[in-house]
Design a protein around this ligand. Structure first.
Ligand code: 6R9
Length: 667
């Protein structure tokens, strides 16, 4: 059974080393790697990587660091992400290579998929050009415009992203599990002119009516003038607002088969997309990524981490709504000309072996998923795995949260038959691409169950103490990136001050990740979890404050405090303490209503595991909620040593709050 989420760093297998003897050519010791690594921490090193991309115009300056922390990579260079993913392949034999093998969720009576689509690079190229034509001609979308995308996992989602990148419109993709309010908030912040969506999709055997949610959001998003709606479900009728909403299929029928739109030569630092992510405040932050630097980190990591080859069948089983999908479903693999798998639905539908059957069906070679998914599937037992031949797999990685050693071992032994490199790639929405990892395509270092591995070439990661000194090996500290890197965030959309404050002020001039980590004797980094008030629920980032704001927005609620507690499957789940307004009585109906409310205002992923009604929440004298006390109560831990309390509450007060709360919620 999975142990509860790694958080303290105790009992981690720092000393355990697994050397794979089937990987001889690249199997090197840690020291040899460190030696090579030391020589890569320069902009010149990154220039060599960027040189492997096709530029319309070469850069004049590799790194403009004249206005830190607003770094600019490959200044003067001109590039286009859609060109890199498509046009480049039109000139080679890859033109008719399968780019995407897509499966819809529904199955027939024998458990076989009802819908499989295989799209070649040429198919994608034609669709992207037609859609770009529609965007330009029918909607007047131009370079610099902002467009929202709210779509399920269908090939038209990457097609939309590539069409927008082609004309230099900056897109913002919103995860299809987010609510109307969350969608509207993002559309408003991004000032999107247009929203591309679908009528619905399948998830866990049910139909989700996406257009209904999009309609509600657009009512509250005055900048959005039009919607393009993909008819993902041919049978499903939905109201279309005349003059505002258009069917994708009708528009595409109006564009010629051989439509061609010149890929816009964009400055390297042109914003490719904005992706919203949770922080410590109620409002999600719009992380802005450039084009040239971002494509460079993806090219590097596709080679080093995934060792991508033409023969590979690559599968990143994430959702494109998150950064993992942006980087390793859309831009990374397509730029490399890979064949990849894309799946619409849930990993356990109709049975817990859906993924294993897909790995067998398509001969998947490189697989990338989250610890939550691994733990969920592990729980169903090995019999589901044993039904399938997974011998084509050669590299496995995970992402999104720490992987506990037990889940790592299961992934390594049961899925990888004990012969595939298995890594846990550390990175963030902000970093654009993988930063700390095993890198079997570059050099294979010994594996250790649960570690993230070593910083990639060109990446200067370290673990610091509270006062900014390098932490001793084995000591918990804060993860930082000490040098700028291609793919780094440009800013927070419309909030540059917040950008500086959030990432570059905790340790002056260094990028602060907000994660706790330990560096072991070999220099391997083990990220333990967030050091700030950000939760990681099933690999998704959620701010405690975001959920609190949602709850306080309900008419019955006076105050709310949310903390994360360790969970066997999801890593962490939010728990909410709610103080009701005067004259409101606590009831089961109200509790249900509050759960519904959070689902509606943020999305199902934010729904608290439990909501406790309390008469007050413990606070410091300066009015800050003492989440530590709440957490101690829920995890049944004593308050322990609270002498280092940095807030102004007295020790006695904290203890009293702890006792009172414990008796009140009776846990
Ligand atoms: C790519 C992605 C970022 C946060 C990050 C950290 C956690 C991601 C991890 C990991 C331990 C790993 N995280 N990968 N923790 N080991 N391999 O997940 O981006 O959604 O922005 O989350 O996720 O806490 O700070 P994002």
């Amino acid at each position: 059974m999975a142990k509860k989420g790694v958080s303290s760093g105790e009992n981690l297998p720092f000393g355990e080393k697994i050397v794979l003897d089937n990987w001889n050519h690249k199997n090197i010791g840690v020291e040899a790697y460190q030696d090579m690594h030391r020589r890569t921490l320069t902009p010149e090193f990154w220039e060599e990587v960027a040189n492997e991309l096709d530029w319309f115009r070469k850069w004049e300056l590799a790194l403009d660091d004249s206005n830190p922390p607003f770094y600019r990579w490959f200044v003067g260079g001109e590039i286009n992400a859609s060109y890199l993913c498509l046009d480049r392949h039109m000139k080679s034999w890859r033109k008719n290579k399968v780019a995407i093998i897509w499966e819809g969720e529904p199955v027939d009576g024998n458990g076989n998929p009802r819908e499989v689509r295989k799209l070649t690079y040429y198919d994608l190229y034609k669709q992207v050009n037609r859609l770009a034509t529609v965007l330009k001609r029918n909607f007047g979308i131009r370079k610099g415009d902002k467009v929202g995308i709210y779509m399920p996992m269908v090939p038209e989602l990457p097609i939309a992203m590539l069409a927008l990148a082609r004309i230099g419109a900056t897109f913002t993709v919103v995860f299809s599990g987010f609510s109307a309010d969350s969608l509207a908030e993002r559309m408003n912040d991004a000032e999107a002119r247009l929203l591309i969506t679908a009528n619905g999709f399948y998830r866990r055997g049910k139909i989700v009516n996406l257009k209904e949610i999009a309609d509600e959001a657009v009512e509250k998003s005055p900048t959005v003038k039009n919607m393009i709606v993909l008819r993902r479900l041919p049978e499903m009728d939905i109201p279309m607002q005349e003059g505002r909403d258009y069917w994708w299929e009708d528009l595409m029928a109006g564009a010629p088969e051989n439509a061609y739109i010149e890929p816009e030569p964009l400055p390297s630092e042109f914003p490719l997309y904005i992706l919203y992510t949770s922080g410590t405040t109620g409002k999600p932050k719009g992380i802005v990524h450039d084009t040239g630097g971002y494509m460079t980190i993806l090219h590097a990591t596709m080679k080093w981490v995934f060792d991508i080859k033409d023969e590979d069948v690559f599968w990143c089983a994430a959702d494109i709504g998150w950064v993992t999908g942006h980087s390793y479903i859309v831009f990374g693999p397509l730029m490399e000309g890979a064949t990849e798998i894309m799946y619409e639905g849930a990993p356990t539908f109709p049975e817990p072996d859906r993924w294993w059957s897909m790995i067998e069906r398509y001969g998947t070679t490189v697989f990338y998923t989250s610890p939550t998914a691994i733990r969920t599937l592990m729980k169903f037992g090995d019999q589901w795995v044993k039904r399938h031949d997974l011998s084509t797999l050669r590299i496995l990685h995970s992402v999104g949260e720490p992987i506990n050693p037990e889940a790592w071992r299961w992934y390594f032994e049961t899925i990888g038959y004990g012969r595939c490199p298995v890594g846990s790639t550390w990175w963030m929405t902000e970093t654009g691409g993988i930063m700390i990892s095993h890198l079997p395509g570059y050099a294979l270092i010994p594996l250790k169950p649960g570690t993230n591995g070593l910083p990639l070439p060109g990446i200067n990661a370290d673990v610091l103490t509270e006062d900014g000194k390098p932490a001793a090996a084995g000591d918990k500290g804060y993860l930082v990136l000490k040098n700028p890197w291609p793919g780094m965030p440009m800013t927070i959309h419309r909030d540059p001050d917040k950008f500086v404050e959030t990432y570059f002020s905790r340790f002056k001039g260094l990028y602060y990740a907000g994660d706790y980590a330990i560096k072991d004797d070999d220099g391997y980094i083990w990220v333990l979890g967030r050091a700030d008030e950000v939760l990681n629920v099933a690999g998704h980032r959620l701010g405690t404050y975001e959920i609190e704001s949602s709850l306080v927005g309900h008419k019955a609620v006076a105050e709310a405090a949310v903390v994360g507690v360790p969970d066997e499957i999801k890593g962490e789940v939010p728990m909410a303490f709610v103080v009701l307004r005067e004259n409101v009585d606590a009831s089961e109906d109200l509790r249900k209503d509050l759960h519904q409310w959070v689902r509606k205002t943020i999305g199902p992923i934010a729904d608290p595991g439990k909501i406790f009604f309390v008469s007050s929440v413990p606070k410091t004298r300066s009015g800050k909620i003492m989440r530590r006390v709440l957490k101690a109560v829920l995890t049944q831990q004593s308050l322990g040593d609270i002498t280092t309390l940095e807030d102004q509450a007295s020790v006695e007060e904290v203890k009293e709050a702890y006792r009172r709360l414990k008796s009140e919620i009776g846990e």
